[in-house]
Design a protein around this ligand. Structure first.
Ligand SMILES: Nc1nc2c(ncn2[C@@H]2O[C@H](COP(=O)(O)OP(=O)(O)OP(=O)(O)O)[C@@H](O)[C@H]2O)c(=O)[nH]1
Ligand SMILES: [Mg+2]
Length: 223
């Protein structure tokens, strides 16, 4: 732990001891954070975070439409609504970013992008948007999962290429789904993905708490 980190951790501890929790909670407005899910998996991750009751801005960018989303998760359709697995090809490509998506990034919130790497939408959008946000000097973080080995070598190769393309960008964190498989051997895929969504949240939480100078943030981000 470096000195800066130690001071932040200490301030957070002092705040926890000195201020009654209810006092801090009652003063809290929405966080200055915009969670953005890219592709199917990315949107599952932000839905998981939303269920924790964290007040922030949420946007889901995927296809097909998710008509059941809570009113405060904005939906932007993007990518194929249906996939033909016989002809599906993963490829590094630059999408045309619509005005609607570009307009999301005009605010001064901190953008947190989530995706599961493995499909075209989430993988390519994360790579493109991270590069765009860096170029615009926006505050952001990107968190994505790397696919299970059983998804096949072409998934691995494609996602590694995208990962390498983001190598020079700081504040990008990935999590390998194989860790879930090794840790929880006998769970269904549904449960494994739920665990993965939680890991992504924890990765975000750990990093934002390390970077933030606001010790009360710890109360807004449940464990
Ligand atoms: N964390 C998490 N990962 C998932 C989930 N579902 C799928 N994945 C992983 O995410 C990868 C990408 O899947 P999707 O998000 O459905 O793909 P996409 O980005 O929508 O891409 P398209 O093929 O263009 O629709 C998969 O290869 C899986 O490894 C999920 O619910 N949670
Ligand atoms: Mg999709």
């Amino acid at each position: 732990m470096n000195r800066r980190h130690a001071i932040r951790t200490l301030s957070a501890l002092v705040a926890m001891v000195c201020f009654p929790k209810f006092e801090l909670l009652s003063k809290q407005g929405p966080l200055k954070i915009h969670f953005i899910g890219l592709g199917g998996a990315g949107c599952n991750i932000i839905e998981h975070i939303h269920k924790k009751g964290i007040k922030a801005r949420y946007t889901c960018i995927t296809s097909p439409e998710r008509s059941y989303l809570p009113a405060d998760i904005e939906f932007i359709p993007f990518g194929p609504a249906e996939i033909d697995y016989h002809t599906y090809k993963m490829e590094m490509k630059d999408y045309e970013i619509s005005k609607e998506i570009q307009n999301l990034f005009t605010s001064n919130l901190k953008f947190v992008l989530f995706a599961g790497f493995g499909g075209n939408t989430g993988t390519n959008l994360t790579r493109q948007l991270a590069a765009m946000l860096r170029q615009k000097n926006k505050e952001f973080m990107a968190i994505y999962t790397m696919p299970f080995n059983f998804e096949g070598p072409s998934h691995k190769a494609f996602t590694l290429k995208a990962k390498q393309a983001m190598n020079g960008i700081s504040n990008v964190h990935s999590f390998d789904l194989e860790i879930i498989r090794q840790k929880y051997e006998n769970v269904t895929l549904y449960v494994a993905f739920q665990k993965a969504d939680e890991y992504c949240y924890q990765l975000f939480r750990k990093n934002i708490l390390m970077q933030s100078s606001d010790p009360s943030l710890i109360y807004s981000l449940p464990l």
